[in-house]
Design a protein around this ligand. Structure first.
Ligand code: SAM
Length: 433
């Protein structure tokens, strides 16, 4: 593999690859790292590589002509070559990208500086734009060395043992299992017995289990891509019982006060289907209680008949999982009653979050709210779902947060409340598998 790094600071690369396995890999001819000073390709006598952006704004931009000439000069058109631009708005660099890049004969890496590069560089010279993370560095040099280092690990012979990268984290979308070396005991902390047993089958099984466990607790998002056996899925079911993050989520479906289609405050009727479906979603995603706020006495009688049928009557023995879901439902007269009850149970008022198909200013996004709920797991959170044409203004305005509306890649977002509830709960509480 040949790397050609285009930079205005070639000296940056003097040390990172001058020792350890990378020095060895270069000495053995497995990788060849060349740096090229972009200034050398500037046509003016001051060796200028940057200029002010058209349209104004702060900072300088890297000009197209020196970078363009450098790419044209170093790119080997005869082999399998790729030009990479390091940029914070590129695709997020990953183990998968590194494996793909390892399949090329030459990687030309452009290191930006200042405010970045003239847009035409991307259009005319770049095959792939790569970011090493959601933060901004002053230049692409660190990103280039991250790319060179991780790609090289996939080049046969570089690690000295071709199997090594296959045991590392991210292989098969799992994190690596815990590893230990001598001493066998340190300040009372012992190495797991199985690793000392010499039984390789048991060691392999233990490692796979630990790898899944570590991924489940630290990076559950990776599990979605992992190829798992049914036994491993069973293990994840056990982990859900023992190692799930703790959070206190409540939901309430509000039948009063809500709007009708002429924006008058009304009391909506109970909908059997909504209660069944939202209750099932609520159990699935670990909601503690699903409240129905319904002050109308006739409606309350109806709700109670349905709930009693499924939780105590014939329905309870006929369909146990339905009974489990409907056992989560509690009927209350007002939202204030719900808030008071949660405060009594949890020892503090719940943080309230309202949901609506319409947008207002300063809404919170799903990932931000998920992070908040998981990071402040001791606090109770109450998510309010509207019926009719949506929650009354007084409820909207008194809430702590308004959640962004659920939406896809179209501008249609008229979902039933039970569909919206399922999507909201999935985005907030999914374990990602
Ligand atoms: C100060 S940054 C330019 C940031 C640019 N104005 C923006 O907001 O997207 C200068 C250069 O550093 C490199 N760089 C900065 N952050 C990076 C990241 N997260 N991943 C890869 N390259 C990065 C790029 O080469 C970029 O052109």
């Amino acid at each position: 593999m040949r790397y050609d790094i285009l930079t205005i600071f070639p000296e940056f690369f003097e040390s990172p690859f001058s020792f350890g396995i990378f020095k060895k890999a270069q000495d053995n001819g497995l990788i060849d790292i060349k740096t090229h000073d972009i200034r050398e390709y500037s046509s003016d006598k001051h060796k200028t590589v940057d200029d002010t952006p058209y349209g104004g704004g702060g900072g300088m931009l890297m000009k197209i002509d020196p970078i363009g000439s450098a790419v044209e000069d170093v790119k080997d058109e005869s082999g399998k070559s790729i030009v990479v631009l390091t940029t914070p708005d590129g695709e997020k660099f990953s183990d998968k990208t590194a494996r793909e890049l390892a399949g090329f004969d030459q990687i030309v890496i452009i290191c930006g500086r200042y405010e970045g590069v003239d847009e035409r560089i991307r259009e005319m010279y770049v095959d792939r734009e790569i970011s090493i993370g959601d933060y901004v560095l002053s230049g692409g040099e660190n990103a280039a060395s991250v790319i060179v280092e991780s790609v090289s690990r996939f080049i046969p012979g570089v690690l000295g043992n071709d199997l090594s990268p296959e045991n590392d984290s991210f292989n098969q979308s799992l994190l690596e299992y815990p590893q230990y070396t001598r001493p066998e005991e340190f300040k009372g902390e012992k190495v797991p017995q199985v690793l000392l047993s010499g039984n390789h089958k048991e060691i392999d099984e233990w490692r796979k289990k630990e790898s899944i466990k570590r991924t489940f607790t630290k990076r559950p998002d990776l599990l979605d891509k992992a190829i798992l056996s049914t036994d491993e899925i069973e293990l994840i079911k056990e982990l859900k019982e023992t190692s799930s993050p703790s959070f206190k989520a409540y939901i309430a479906l509000i039948h009063y006060p809500v709007y009708n289609n002429r924006f008058k405050i009304i009391n909506t009727a109970f909908t059997n289907l909504d209660v069944h479906d939202i209750a099932r979603s609520a159990v699935t995603y670990g909601v503690k209680t699903f409240y129905l706020v319904q002050p109308n006495l006739e409606q309350q009688k109806l709700v109670n008949r349905v709930l009693t049928h499924w939780t105590q009557g014939e329905g309870a023995s006929f369909n146990k999982s339905r009974s489990e879901a409907l056992n989560l439902v509690e009927l209350r007269n007002t939202l204030e009653d719900v808030v008071e009850e949660i405060e009594e149970v949890e020892g503090e008022k719940p943080v309230t979050i309202v949901t609506d198909a319409r947008s207002v200013d300063n809404m919170i996004g799903f990932s931000e709210l998920r992070e908040l709920i998981f990071s402040e797991a001791k606090k109770p959170y109450l998510i309010l779902l509207g019926t009719g044409w949506g929650l009354a203004r007084e409820i909207m305005e008194s809430a702590d947060y308004t959640l962004k509306p659920v939406s896809g890649y179209t501008n249609y977002n008229h979902l039933s409340v039970r569909s919206a509830a399922a999507v909201i709960l999935d985005r907030l509480f999914s374990c990602k598998i």
